[in-house]
Design a protein around this ligand. Sequence first.
Ligand code: ZN
Length: 432
Amino acid sequence: MTDLFKLSDKIIREGVANEPVNRVNFELSEIANGIAMVEAFSHSIVFATDDGLVTFDTSAEFGGQPVVKAIRGWNKDRFHSLVYTHGHVDHVGGSGAFVQSERDAKRPDPAVIGHENISARFDRYNMTNGYNLVVNKRQFGRAGMSNVAGMNPAGLTGGPTFLPKTAARPDITFKEEMSLSVGGLEIKLKHAKGETDDHAWAWIPEHKAICAGDFFIWNFPNAGNPQKVQRFPVEWAAAMRDMASMNAEMLLPAHGLPIRGSEQIKAVLEDSATALEGLVRDTLEMMNAGATKNDIVHAVSVSQELLDKPYLRPLYDEPEFVVNNIWRLYGGWYDGNPANLKPARESELASEIAQLSGGSIVLAERAEELAAAGDFRLACHLIELAVQSDFNSKQIHGIRAKIYKQRRKIESSLMAKGIFGYAARESSSKSE
Ligand SMILES: [Zn+2]
């Protein structure tokens, strides 16, 4: 059994994550007396009480069974309550396995507890099922989560439904706060918006422990995700400050390693809050001065010192995407370029430009040159124009595939890698 606290101490102290921090090994670690963490996608964090087990998050659909098995090897008491930190499928998807294990043992179903917006999220997932499956293909396609700090997407893309049919809806919900008392263990749940509008974190006074859900994921906060609904960086940062004020001795996130020690916990939470607050402050300052979205995206960033922290690396999401999300949150979708308000068909614009420049292939070859010089932002604009003006050219698709393959390699975030990798595959299949 890895000593997870020791590992996180070392990584934070040395400032280098030269070992995976997000591990999906279904290994259970007893991190304190009566508290276990099963590392999965997402983790389950389990508290043993006199009335049975209280479990925070149930992992994804594919993880439910192995996580339950790992917990059963540690404690065979009933699952008294499942608490969802939020309604993302990697947190609620495994709930069916927990419920089934109680039914197999002829015991009552566990109570399922979560924020009141989770049910509406489930409805939305069903309304947008096709879209979410497409997004998963792009986000986790070949640039699997396994490439990012050991995460593994297996099962996320496999099923016909994005939200597993067996995912249990919460039967006990709350709006702002809720106190739970189970078998002598007191738990305080606090709602805060952040990655989602249905998020909660928990304070367990007996252990001075925080279950942080996805507020802290050992990566740059997932506050920008280009293919998902709105995130809330201001409230997110406030929740981190709130947690930092608790003098917690244990920080138990749903992804990544647990962290111990009040000083260390305070520092990592405050660093994360500072990064988000800076992005919001600088983006709003430019918005208020009348800048366009494009100007802001090219001007606002996070200090390298913060991005280098082993728990803030932009390997999943990245600051630039957060800036876009802040714009959408406070400004709407109009980006300040009047041509984009009611745009032409992209293929018509592309044909016009191709004609002016001497043909689609001229655009494609220039794109190739720019890519070779390392200017992938510009190269991708030109190659999109080239392919949109001549969609059936195998030669242009070949160049496009090559450019996006290279770009995928140099990007750091899984989200960028996913989209560029998808574009490369799209064109690879059309270039033969
Ligand atoms: Zn998560």
